[in-house]
Ligand binder design. Sequence first.
Ligand SMILES: *Cc1c(COP(=O)(O)O)cnc(C)c1O
Length: 432
Amino acid sequence: MLETIKQLTLSNYQLGLEFAKKQDHNDPLANYRNKFHIPKDTQGNELIYMTGNSLGLQPKATKNYINQELEDWANLGVEGHTEAMNPWLKYNEYLTESMAKIVGAKPIEVVIMNTLTANLHFMMVSFYKPTKKRFKVLIEADAFPSDKYAVESQLRHHGYDDKDGVILWKARKGEELTNYEDLQAIFDTHGHEIALVMIGGLNYYTGQYFDLKRITGMGHKYGCMVGFDCAHGAGNVELNLHDSGADFAVWCTYKYLNSGPGSLAGCFVHERHANNKNLNRFTGWWSHNKETRFRMRDEFDQLPGAEGWQLSNPPILSMAAIKASLDLFEEVGFKSLIQKSKKLTGYFEFLIKELKNKHIKIITPSNPEERGCQLSIQVKNADKSLHHKLTNAGVISDWREPDVIRCAPVPLYNSFQDVYQLVNKLKLILNE
Ligand SMILES: *Cc1c(COP(=O)(O)O)cnc(C)c1O
């Protein structure tokens, strides 16, 4: 334990490729890289993949998981619902426990269904209940665009003006990160007008991981509902959703959870709402009591917990890919992953700082508790050509206008040597 803490301090990292090699050699999780397909260039060299925050890589096992379902479908047809090796009727239940562990929730609070923005809308159907006096929604100023659009359209749907109705939690002039004093000031002034607080739990742009419990406490004190979009948090940081007390949370599974482009999303509804039949919600046959679902004529009987928000029978092929990924997470253990993540990103931060380049600023918080694996690096006077050069040098990273590169060394498949190579290439390009 002491050893781990020691290794986390910047002064314990060293420059040079040898150090990176030694870290990889001693990394108990190093072998997991081999369980993923690493994209290659046209010469067959592995690329330096730093965009697991955008689309996680494919586990080699995923194909077998999907093939199993294809085979059962081929051989059994509709009987696969009950006779498949993993009977399809219960497929979502095979995912619940591992998913709940990763986001720090109880199984009854978690369900995999729909896609992310769709889930956000379904949650707002239940938890955004505007009245004339209290109709506003508080979001962070640089929220992911889809979340902003979703919130604005909910306001319009309820007959409110979306300019009037959105309160932005902004960073101060000249700063990149928002702070809690400003948030408190917003609540002090507008708390009683806010119906819903909807924050990106880990901001996609800055990489700042918010204190979910603190924000929830502030919101609840003023009688607001509180929800988080944890797309950049799930599989990346310990979210502790249950303890945060948040009313709901949503996330996708194709970023840090490696389940494939456009795969199904996750949804958390706090246990205290598990049997609340007074919440507005949209329902379908999959929100109905499982025991009597197929009698088809019964009066609607609400399924308790997060599962009660499902509408449709889900796409099994997508769930199979999620299962492949979650089984890997189970095997590794989330705590070990977080430990490596902190070391790997700490090393990344160390190397960037050692460039001692006055044009470079890391805008992500330096406190490991306030970030995940992503670092957002601002390069003053740079433009998108920097990103092109990095791409040509074999680095897959992400460019955000006007001048930010986002890189996420993912502990499941990125190595210390990846990070070393990335920074080395960046250095060469900047010195050109
Ligand atoms: C990735 C991401 C999305 C994307 O939404 P989809 O519905 O999956 O297309 C939305 N919000 C946030 C915060 C994200 O990080």
